[in-house]
Design a protein around this ligand. Structure first.
Ligand code: DI6
Ligand code: FE
Length: 398
């Protein structure tokens, strides 16, 4: 087979998340891969005659990756939003049978086509900001059929749009009405996991370790099952209280722990030792008006990689913008704009266990975003403004 023709994206500013490039930069892509990236003055002679596209000084970054979403779900929870404005707390609503469980009812009532049609506009909003890869969780089915339907729907999205989808099984998201937690895990969650894995639908296994959901020992049973199937794990941990989920996840070598507002210094140490990414979700922090800040200083001090994601879900984070997520991470959590950009690119890839994307370097996928800005800080700085000029997915502008 003939090798694909290389193309040079020239006269660009580059934020590679790998080797720094100052001044005018260039990226050489061929087929779906990056062949070379660096200062334009150092462009290898072999590419001198390749087709050249003038980026007119625009910034090129790795395409953003949303590494934590619940994009596929039925219904919405605007009524609950009103109730919270009238004084009810997120936890009170959950305990009174609202919350996750009400989205479960709406998701069970939806067909796979309904789920697909309602997820598409949310996916399109992410893609409009250049996103190349989206993680999508199950967890609003809580029965075998609906958990599988959610994962199948998530995979179908990648047939309809130029995007890569990673699917995460989140059967341990909530205890469905009429069930007891341990029995639910044995009788529904673990059989659903095995069935989803048998259909090839599971890239990772997640859980919600919280007072209103599952305890650390219960999550450990789900993780043991994941391990037996050879699947990596991640965990919603330490969002509303300290339950020990972070330490547990680190013991299982989790890809990521997500939320982690209530994590402490020991947790940060354990994450660093395990190489686990802390995924910060400022949209949920904002929307449910949390006040406990994640221990960003401890994460920095111990060298825990930090990623950012929308947590797009109908209850605690109806958010479909990674740019706004970056802004919130900087304003609320005091991340630097550089940390925020790394959080939606290189560290987001790592949180998904992907090593072929998230940076601009030879051999990586040509998933790139071209922005009408001069500096990376401008991406985090604006609120509700989208400076995307072009999105390149697998080497193709689209
Ligand atoms: N933590 C969250 O923030 C979401 N799930 C989770 O485990 C909330 C999901 C919801 O309220 O529907
Ligand atoms: Fe979540």
């Amino acid at each position: 087979m003939e090798s694909p023709q290389p193309m040079v994206l020239a006269n660009a500013r580059l934020a590679t998340m790998a080797a720094p490039v100052s001044g005018r930069g260039a990226v050489v892509i061929a087929g779906d891969r990056i062949l070379w990236a660096g200062a334009e003055a150092d462009l290898p002679a072999e590419h001198a005659r390749a087709e050249r596209r003038d980026m007119e000084g625009r910034l090129i970054t790795p395409a953003p990756i949303d590494c934590h979403t619940h994009l596929v779900h039925g219904g919405n929870r605007a009524r609950e939003f009103e109730m919270r404005l009238e004084g009810a707390s997120y936890e009170e609503i959950a305990r009174a049978g609202g919350g996750i469980v009400s989205t479960v009812a709406a998701t069970r009532a939806a067909s796979e086509d309904d789920l697909l049609v309602s997820a598409l506009p949310r996916l399109d909003a992410l893609l409009a900001e250049g996103v190349s890869t989206v993680e999508i969780k199950s967890g609003y089915g809580l029965d075998i059929d609906t958990e599988l339907a959610m994962l199948r729907t998530a995979r179908r999205l990648a047939d309809l749009r130029p995007v890569r989808v990673r699917t995460t099984f989140l059967g341990a998201h909530a205890v469905p009405k009429g069930h007891e937690a341990d029995a639910y895990i044995d009788q529904i969650c673990l059989p659903a996991l095995r069935a989803a894995h048998a259909e090839g639908l599971v890239d990772a296994v997640d859980g919600f370790c919280e007072g209103i959901a599952f305890s650390a020992p219960q999550i450990a049973r789900v993780f043991d099952a994941a391990r037996a199937l050879g699947l990596p794990v991640k965990l919603h941990a330490e969002q509303l209280s300290h339950q020990g989920g972070t330490a547990l996840a680190a013991r299982y070598g989790a890809l990521s722990v997500d939320h982690v507002e209530y994590a402490d210094d020991d947790d940060a140490r354990a994450l660093a030792a395990a190489g686990t990414v802390a995924v910060l979700l400022p949209g949920a922090f904002y929307f449910i008006r949390e006040t406990q800040l994640p221990p960003v200083a401890a994460f920095r001090a111990h060298g825990v990689p930090m990623a950012l994601a929308t947590d797009c879900n109908p209850g605690s984070s109806p958010l479909t913008s990674l740019l706004l997520t970056m802004n919130m991470a900087c304003t609320f959590f005091r991340l630097t704009p550089a940390e925020a950009l790394r959080g939606i690119t290189a560290n987001a890839a790592r949180a998904l266990g992907l090593d072929d994307c998230g940076t601009i370097a030879a051999g990586k996928r040509a998933d790139l975003a071209v922005w009408d800005v001069e500096t990376p800080a401008e991406l985090a700085y604006r609120i509700g403004f989208n400076p995307l000029h072009a999105r390149i997915f697998g080497g193709r502008p689209c």
